[in-house]
Design a protein around this ligand. Sequence first.
Ligand code: FAD
Ligand code: NAP
Length: 560
Amino acid sequence: MSDKQVDVAIVGAGFSGLYMLHKLRQQGRAAIVFEVGDDVGGTWYWNRYPGARCDIESMEYSYSWDEALEQEWEWSERYSPQPEILDYINHVADRFDLRRDIRFSTRVESCVWDEAANRWTVTTDSGETVSARFVVMATGCLSSPNKPEFEGEVDFEGDTYLTGLWPHEGVDFTGQRVGVIGTGSSAIQSIPIIAREAASLTVFQRTPNYAIPAHNHPLDPDYVAQTKAEYRAIRDQAREEAAGFVGSKTEHEELATELPAGEVRDELEKRWARGGLTFMASYPDMGVSLKANDMAAEFIRDKIRDRVEDPETAELLCPTDYPAGAKRMCVDIDYYETFNQDHVDLVDINATPIERITARGVQTSDTEYAFDSIVFATGFDAMTGTLAKIDIRGRDGAQLSEKWDAGPLTYLGLMSAGFPNLFLVTGPQSPSVISNMIVSIEQHVEWIADCIDAVRDGVIEPLDQAESEWVDHTNLIASMTVYPYAKSWYLGDNIPGKPRIFMAYLGGVPEYRRMCDWVAENGYAGFAIDGTPANAKIDPMEFLEVDERLLPLIAEREAA
Ligand code: FAD
Ligand code: NAP
């Protein structure tokens, strides 16, 4: 017998879990949230490394579901820092009195479907069990930090840190010799700040990244007032743009490959001056044609060469073997300029691989580097890593992680067949990490809440065929783009042994929303409710406007 009965058990108290709780409460449902951390915030609770901040502008990287909240909260910067984002999440938790239904410092270890009762038994690390009709996994896409094993780590006499699990009290690197392993977004944000304090900083790079300047600045009160006055229209616009933020929709009709190179460069220059992630949303072929993409890639490389004084270091920092944007684009503040400081060095670990960690520091194939501290900015086991840590057992005792052995299988990224009444917020094969995640979180939370309302005391689950068609569709759309041409965490490449499959949906945020809405409006097409399959069936291609001009470019690329 379970200790407690609820309508819905939610796992995770980040942006997703908090809104899910609020939404369900509004519907009068009894819900409980379990959270490993001892407070709310998720990503913004764990990632307290120096320089952590959002890369979607704060006025858009915030909840849109409460107008008063939207009006009263004051963001200080274009891209606000982690402490401010965490303050905001805490404010939301207090304002909507959310904490009373959150069980902190509690890890969900298993969720087991009870076939007879049509309920989930959720068991926590304290041994407590809760019986829930529905479970919502609000466990995050980037919530399992990846800490690669290096031989000899136990011998290191200094301190080690992982960006995704940063000490709450902060770290003072003043006067220290610091090594940073990794050059992804977390490293790119933290390196300039660590360099300010450290006596010496050595960065170990496996793959250089493309980074666009943030041109971060304090928010101008007039701009804030105007944005707030137009907030409804801005939020609506964001939802209608490709990646869920204003400026993510391709601006020009023309193809870059059909324009004079000088014209494309002028456009990229304009976008560089604006800064941030809208850089790539210039021409429709940028994400499809390697030739078009290389115009952007070469433009960024030239900027790196301008920004970094030492030509050899500049070349090392230039990505050359994958398309721009195919790994998550980074947004930087003084990253490249940091390498112009005498006490900052870059080590190419492709040329001189790390052999082991020693008592003094890091031993590469040709040098031992002595450090007081080593920072691992080595990313996450993204999208599936956190779910795999929970023993989720659906019908007939089948385990979700076993089902996903060759890659995640979902319908719309919302549910997986054989796991009834178990929802995923921003699950694999939904736009999730390719979008402004708050927009995608809100869309999923609202869809899930409506679905729970429709199903009531029943059982909903995807049909096998709908799921396999959705996975095929997701893979097809990914294969039309340049994303598969990079080794990235989007494809699981950063985790040894992880199957290579593109884990997000690239068909666009508005198109995806319309598909989800259509599914709900058509009796939950592709799902069975209480064992009865819906009559309707979705054809996702009907929701996408395929630009015919891109097809020969894709064919040409594939042929090459
Ligand atoms: P999370 O914030 O990851 O929360 C999930 C929670 O679930 C965590 O608190 C975790 O402790 C808890 N949990 C997991 N497993 C269990 C379990 N078994 N039992 C109990 N609790 C569990 N996205 C953007 O769109 N724009 C940005 O600018 C941006 N910046 C980012 C910066 C960093 C450093 C990182 C790492 C990610 C960033 N992201 C960004 C993505 C970010 O993860 C999302 O925007 C968003 O914060 C995710 O919220 P969430 O609630 O879905 O997941
Ligand atoms: P990441 O992008 O995966 O970067 C990890 C880095 O560590 C990469 O440079 C990787 O090299 C390197 N690495 C991993 N394993 C290694 C090993 N065994 N040896 C040497 N190097 C190794 O992770 P992240 O920087 O934490 O960012 C993850 C995602 O979180 C981002 O893409 C973004 O979505 C989000 N994020 C956003 C922001 C923001 O700006 N708001 C900030 C941080 C994170 P390879 O590239 O060769 O694998």
